[in-house]
Design a protein around this ligand. Structure first.
Ligand code: PLP
Length: 411
């Protein structure tokens, strides 16, 4: 055998979290076949696509079956009908000007947040919050931008910025130099958001230190408070230093349909080994045209319909529904005397475990005594130890039932 693998893959920690959750739930269910387990661990929406979206989707599928309206390959970067609609609704309305070639339509934010690192040199230092959405770290491990995982649960060479109750979930600016900063607000998993003034400190840091912010705004639609920016470009100067990721998954229910977009402003620049500046928009465009042939026409038509008045109304009703579940979870856990975070600008509720209980012990207690499944916080990074994530993506009935069961526990 002489074919070699990419050995960076061997550095990856096995995807232990969700496999271990499934193992424990299955074991419990086998031993307790009558137990009605309620799953509050999954980050997937439960409401179907809005009617206006389905209508546009269906019409576009019909077009594909007719020789006069059939569409073959589209632009790799996405159709202008969708990009124009995005710029108008998500940006122009908030005073942010973007050119049509600064927005790239994709088949979702997981791929975009994983792929973006390709356009950067391997010697860049990445910084992530801890706990973190694992895709940011693992994609950099695969690329060879890190060392191996340490006993601390952290990869060598990565700068981790703890985000815990102690710092109010506002990560501190890095003390050592970093190049690429992954930020996700509203945050998965903590459910917390950054106020404009706090995000502005990051933009200032990036500008002063020649760093670039990779800003994941997948949960933007859940923001309810006025002082939380919906786009990083609401911060002055951010267009020089930030790339933004958005998705139709969590607002419009596209988790199974797949559509998202990345904003790469033309003025975001990085240097080559000789110090010459290059704009990242051109690099991302080159990567996109080389490796991608665009999102399907019906899916882009469906995404365009997300911005119709009819769909917007339905989307808001769905988000209000999830946020009502979040409120019920938050209130119930607080009534039990626990410290609870998130759930106001986010579908995620981040619960501090009872004293002397770690994430997995609390997980087991809820499973065994209340038949409710959460996600142990430690699975998102060492600073998640001592927390558990519950999600509002469930029916109101299940949410109420789960909270009723948990409220009977003596913690
Ligand atoms: N970013 C964050 C923080 C997420 O939590 C998720 C999904 O859970 C994604 C991105 C991926 O979303 P998409 O469905 O667009 O791939």
């Amino acid at each position: 055998m002489s074919v070699k693998i990419n050995e960076n893959y061997l550095l990856l920690e096995s995807s232990y979290l969700f496999a271990e959750i499934s193992r424990r739930v299955e074991k419990f269910q086998t031993e307790n076949p009558d137990a009605q387990v309620i799953k509050m661990g999954i980050g997937d929406v439960t409401k179907p696509l809005p009617k206006a979206v389905i209508k546009a989707f269906n019409e576009a599928v019909t077009e594909m079956g007719n020789s006069e309206t059939f569409m073959g390959y589209g632009p790799e970067q996405g159709y202008s009908f969708l990009i124009d609609t995005i710029i108008e609704n998500d940006y122009k309305s908030r005073g942010i000007e973007l050119d049509i070639d600064e927005v790239f339509i994709s088949d979702a934010a997981k791929c975009d947040t994983a792929n973006i690192q390709e356009i950067f040199g391997l010697d860049n230092v990445i910084a992530v919050t801890d706990p973190v959405y694992p895709v940011y770290v693992d994609s950099n491990v695969m690329a060879g931008r890190t060392g191996s995982i340490q006993d601390s649960g952290r990869y060598e060479g990565v700068v981790y910025m703890p985000s815990t109750a102690e710092n109010n979930f506002i990560p501190e600016l890095p003390k050592s130099p970093v190049d690429l900063i992954y930020l996700c607000f509203p945050n998965n998993p903590t459910g917390t958001a950054l106020k404009k003034e706090d995000l502005a400190k990051w933009v200032e840091y990036a500008r002063e230190n020649d760093a670039i912010i990779l800003f994941d705004a997948a949960y933007e639609a859940y923001i309810t408070e006025d002082d939380i920016p919906r786009s990083i470009y609401e911060i002055e100067g951010a267009k020089d230093v930030a790339i933004e990721f958005r998705s139709f998954s969590k607002n419009a229910g596209f988790t199974g349909t797949r559509c998202a977009f990345v904003v790469v402003p033309k003025q975001v620049k990085a240097v080559d080994s000789e110090g010459n500046k290059h704009d990242l928009n051109s690099l991302w465009n080159r990567r996109t045209t080389t490796k991608f042939n665009g999102v399907s026409y019906p899916v882009q038509k469906a995404a365009e319909a997300v911005y119709t008045d009819e769909a917007k109304k339905e989307i808001q009703e769905n988000i209000d529904y999830y946020l009502e579940n979040a409120k019920i979870i938050k209130n119930s856990m607080e009534e039990l005397g626990l410290d609870v975070y998130g759930g106001v600008n986010s579908p995620y509720i981040w619960v501090k475990t009872p004293e002397n209980m770690d994430s997995w012990s609390f997980f087991d207690l809820l499973l065994e005594e209340a038949n409710v499944v959460g996600t142990p916080g430690v699975g998102f990074g060492p600073s998640g130890e001592g927390y558990l994530r519950l999600t509002a993506f469930n029916t109101l009935e299940n949410t109420k039932e789960a909270m009723e069961r948990i409220s009977k526990l003596s913690l």
